[in-house]
Design a protein around this ligand. Structure first.
Ligand code: HEM
Length: 409
């Protein structure tokens, strides 16, 4: 069956995005039904337009590696989730929403900053930041909010250290980042947040352009190697640094908090991790698969008539490659609803796939390994200080997570 045969009745039944109505740690239950249909499903968007939603692992992978889709929001047919998301995309462009050759031109400038080797060199500093945050959390006493005590500040401090951004900007950048990614806000909110972030980064970059330093951090190297020789215009550098800052903290923050909750909800799995701490990297992969926090980023539009998994997508049609659904495809992960730290989930797509695959994945993995290798050793009796049902999840956001996480130990 071709997508067009599915019909308008089905379209009307599938408003998008879908709610996590089976619980905050489960994908929307409709994904399972959608996956069992013959192909992608047409979903209805806020503005009356439609897009194809892909839910099978194989097809999501095929779509994300196809050269016949554009990530540029101004391409006719590009799908958006809400007025706020449309406004955020209009207010702020960076290489995550570019196609070749521009995308590769910018990405290559900083690829070497995120190698596995660089991240291993950074690991002791991340451990020191984490230990310090846990010391402070213990000193302040229980109950503590794990988001404000640990999951929020850690990635924010680490990306700031890498970039060489002064500590005074952390809080503002975190707040603007959250507003920019709020898909339920008034459209003026993400636009203004993007503008405010731009003002801060502009100021930081101007100071660095005047005093570039000796290449001791990422911004210094960016100024010396790219901006001053004229390869990277100042305005493009603002977008690049905003992307690194944004992508570098909100994602990891939410992955940490959801990982902690998931382990606390699955004490048998937490016990296995405690017994075999050297398996932390496999457990981290399972957390990435199970929670798949980047729920809706992979929007694309077809630039030619193209077949994905034998289904025709026509030029100008919008698509969503639903990573969360793909990572719960039973054809690849038997009993996907079971959180199993012994599962080999290393082929998950939580970091996407293809040319836009997460540039910061070595950094994110390393931070997660440090956190999950430390927290339960340091606080073996860590537990929720509120009923699970009372936790404040960000189900409806671009990046899934928790607003706060009260714990005792
Ligand atoms: C658990 C943490 C993280 C997750 C789950 C995650 C997930 C993702 C996903 C799904 C994409 C692709 C979006 C798309 O296809 O449109 C992406 C792109 C990206 N991520 Fe991450 N990310 C994480 C952490 C980080 C960190 C720490 C950084 C560091 C700066 C980072 C930097 C980037 C960048 C620069 C891109 C754009 C890549 C491109 O377009 O070429 N991410 N990430």
């Amino acid at each position: 069956m071709q997508p067009d045969d599915i019909g308008t009745e089905q379209m009307a039944r599938c408003p998008f995005p879908l709610a996590r109505s089976a619980g905050p740690l489960s994908p929307p239950p409709e994904y399972e039904a959608m996956r069992s249909e013959a192909g992608p499903q047409r979903v209805r968007l806020w503005n009356g337009e439609t897009a194809w939603a892909f839910t099978r692992w194989q097809e999501v992978r095929e779509l994300l590696s196809s050269p016949h889709f554009s990530a540029v929001p101004s391409t006719p047919g590009y799908p958006t989730l809400s007025p706020a998301r449309a406004s955020a995309l209009e207010a702020y462009q960076s290489f995550i929403t570019m196609d070749p050759p521009d995308h590769g031109f910018y990405r290559r400038m900083i690829t070497k900053e995120f190698t596995f080797k660089r991240m291993q060199e950074l690991r002791p500093r991340v451990q020191a930041v984490l230990d310090d945050l846990l010391d402070k959390m213990e000193a302040v006493g229980q109950p503590a909010d794990l988001v404000t005590a640990l999951a929020g500040p850690l990635p924010s401090i680490v990306i700031s250290l890498m970039l060489g951004v002064p500590a005074q900007y952390h809080r503002d950048m975190e707040a603007f980042g959250a507003q920019k990614n709020d898909i339920t806000a008034d459209p003026s909110v993400p636009a203004e947040a993007a503008r405010q972030m731009g003002i801060i980064i502009d100021q930081i970059l101007r100071e660095r352009e005047a005093n570039p330093g000796n290449g001791e951090d990422l911004l210094s190297r960016l100024v010396i190697d790219q901006i001053l020789p004229g390869h990277l215009p100042h305005q493009a550098a603002i977008s690049m640094v905003s992307l690194l800052y944004l992508a570098g903290h909100e994602t990891t923050t939410n992955q940490i908090t959801l990982g902690i909750v998931t382990l606390l909800r699955n004490p048998d799995q937490l016990a296995k991790l405690k017994e075999q701490p050297d398996t932390v990297s496999r457990a981290v992969d399972e957390m990435l698969r199970f929670n798949s926090i980047v729920q809706y980023n992979s929007a694309r539009v077809a630039t030619a008539d193209v077949e994905i998994g034998g289904h025709l997508i026509r030029k100008g049609e919008g698509v969503y490659a639903l990573i969360t659904a793909a990572n719960h495809d039973p054809a690849v992960y038997p009993h996907p609803e079971c959180f199993d730290v012994e599962r080999d989930a290393s082929n998950h797509m939580a970091f996407s796939f293809g040319i836009h695959q997460c540039l910061g994945q070595s950094l994110a993995r390393m931070e997660l390994e440090v956190v999950f290798g430390t927290v339960f050793k340091r606080f073996p009796e860590l537990k929720l200080a509120a009923a699970f049902e009372a936790l404040d999840f960000k189900n409806e956001q671009l990046v899934h997570g928790l607003r706060s996480l009260p714990v005792t130990w």
